[in-house]
Design a protein around this ligand. Structure first.
Ligand code: HEC
Ligand code: HEC
Ligand code: HEC
Ligand code: HEC
Ligand code: HEC
Length: 371
């Protein structure tokens, strides 16, 4: 109980500190305010691509922006999603997501509508769907024990349905059309419909550690946002590899058990590496690549120039892609199958003058089949 009281005291001190800083105006946009009471989430967030979405921290984003024709005109055009609501090239902060009240649908790209009341944060918690939490402190036992609900720093609104289905992600992730009204990227809305399985349940899985220092919980929603560039291993279970032996060879079946194309960004490429192990010798079999290439006049181009899909072999939402091999298998053979990806294709790395590491092969799923 001592510890609990101490925690309360500590947090009221940091609360005072943050209140003081608020008068300096900028603090509410800063994640460090939240760190005092949400340290686990704050630390995870530091490695996320949401934190690093600006030209200051994402070398790929910067490289593409540097080539964009609008750059010469001096207006940063990507802010809407990469650094919303701030001019200082900060990424997507805690407050950005937690104050989205609604998503407005548009043909070019959607738009987030934000809460204007300072310090009303939106979130999801099963069982609290109809509640708005205002901070209350009750003391009993002659004032020795304080019981709190809510947060001393902010109100919490649990009534927004979009936080339970992932629709909250669709202001930025749904789609983006370029000046030629060509859709450069798209994430299907079907992944943001169900409460049971959606953008949030897959990309923010519940992992161990408390969500706040004040009200202890055993788990919290992962704020590193598992994806191509951070913690991909948290997503590998949604990709399934199977095999089928045939008289004249065998098949590998890749099941993309997600509601969107396996990778959505046009820079990425997916690869299937297959190795046959026979009598302690290894033989690399034919490599297969899966990619969506956009461009103009039948040639690949930068996204703002693109008017057509040149090629699309990317594995689609919920697709089971069958890959055939004509190698006849013998008993004792072992097959190693690795499905992985590159953040950017080798050609893109060259064109954008990026660090070569960006085109390293990253394994997502590995399986062994024995005959
Ligand atoms: C002084 C401590 C304190 C500070 C500072 C603070 N919070 Fe909280 N926050 C809490 C507490 C305590 C809860 C849990 C309240 C409850 O469930 O009764 C909470 C809950 C939340 C929730 C809802 C969690 C859920 O259950 O779904 C969100 C979202 C949230 N905080 C975001 C933030 C953000 C963003 C910041 C920084 C701008 C911040 N908090 C700063 C104490 C704080
Ligand atoms: C304010 C706009 C915005 C919102 C809201 C948003 N995102 Fe993002 N998200 C982005 C941007 C921009 C990037 C790319 C950042 C970069 O790589 O520079 C990104 C990146 C990601 C990535 C990493 C992709 C990779 O390749 O590693 C994942 C995963 C992700 N978002 C999931 C979500 C989920 C889940 C939600 C909803 C809870 C969400 N996002 C809400 C803008 C947003
Ligand atoms: C409508 C919202 C939106 C706008 C506007 C937007 N982006 Fe993005 N961007 C995203 C999202 C969401 C992602 C992550 C999606 C994914 O990985 O599929 C992303 C990812 C990227 C990436 C990949 C980064 C990585 O991690 O590999 C690049 C590069 C990029 N954007 C460049 C730009 C540039 C340049 C602009 C401005 C000219 C821009 N974007 C404007 C939403 C947007
Ligand atoms: C059933 C689980 C599942 C659901 C639901 C899901 N995803 Fe994914 N998502 C994945 C997997 C698996 C990958 C590919 C592996 C990786 O990125 O490491 C992925 C990749 C991504 C990426 C990275 C793509 C890239 O090219 O870098 C983004 C961004 C993303 N998802 C956003 C979303 C959004 C937004 C939603 C909701 C509309 C959503 N996802 C729903 C499992 C899921
Ligand atoms: C890209 C959007 C996004 C960003 C950025 C973001 N959050 Fe969240 N956060 C969510 C969503 C969506 C949930 C609801 C997840 C759930 O309850 O399943 C959530 C849940 C929470 C919770 C409750 C967690 C739990 O499991 O009970 C807290 C606390 C919180 N966020 C604080 C923060 C803080 C602090 C930051 C910045 C360091 C932050 N969030 C950044 C989208 C975001």
């Amino acid at each position: 109980m001592r510890l609990f009281l101490m925690l309360l005291t500590l947090s009221s001190i940091s609360l005072l500190a943050t209140e003081e800083a608020t008068t300096k105006k900028v603090i509410i946009e800063k994640a460090t305010t939240c760190k005092a009471c949400h340290p686990t989430i704050y630390n995870e967030f530091q490695n996320s691509l949401h934190k690093k979405s600006s030209i200051k921290e994402d070398a790929i984003h910067k490289a593409v922006w540097d080539k964009h024709p609008a750059k010469a005109k001096g207006k940063y055009k990507c802010a809407k999603c990469h650094t919303p609501k701030n001019e200082s090239h900060q990424g997507i902060t805690c407050v950005i997501c937690h104050t989205i009240t609604d998503i407005k649908k548009h043909t070019m790209s959607n738009e987030n509508i934000y809460e204007t009341k300072p310090k009303t944060f939106y979130s999801a918690e099963k069982g609290n769907e109809n509640k708005k939490l205002i901070y209350k402190e009750k003391s009993s036992w002659f004032g020795l024990r304080n019981k709190t609900i809510g947060s001393p720093y902010h109100d919490i609104d649990y009534t927004n349905k979009s936080y339970y289905t992932g629709e909250i992600c669709m202001g930025c992730h749904s789609h983006k059309k370029n000046g030629h009204k060509f859709e450069v990227c798209k994430t299907d809305i079907s992944g943001a419909k169900s409460k049971k399985s959606n953008c949030i349940t897959c990309h923010m899985p519940k992992i161990s550690g408390t969500a706040t220092t004040i009200r202890k919980t055993t788990t919290h929603a992962f704020h590193g946002f598992a994806g191509a560039r951070n913690s991909p291993e948290k997503l590998s279970k949604y990709v399934k590899l199977a095999y089928k032996r045939l008289d004249k060879g065998f098949e590998i079946i890749i099941h993309n058990d997600t509601p969107h194309a396996l990778f959505t960004h046009p820079l990425r490429v997916v690869e299937l590496h297959t190795t046959l192990k026979r009598n302690s010798k290894s033989e690399a079999l034919k490599e297969h690549t899966f990619i969506k290439v956009i461009g103009t006049n039948n040639k690949p181009s930068m996204p703002w120039l693109a008017t057509q899909i040149i090629k699309d072999t990317m594995i689609k939402a919920d697709e089971k892609r069958v890959i055939s091999f004509d190698k006849v298998l013998q008993s004792g053979d072992e097959i190693e199958v690795v499905l992985g990806y590159r953040i950017a294709t080798k050609q893109a790395v060259k064109k954008l003058e990026l660090d070569e590491k960006m085109s390293d092969f990253i394994p997502l799923k590995r399986s062994y089949f024995k005959f």
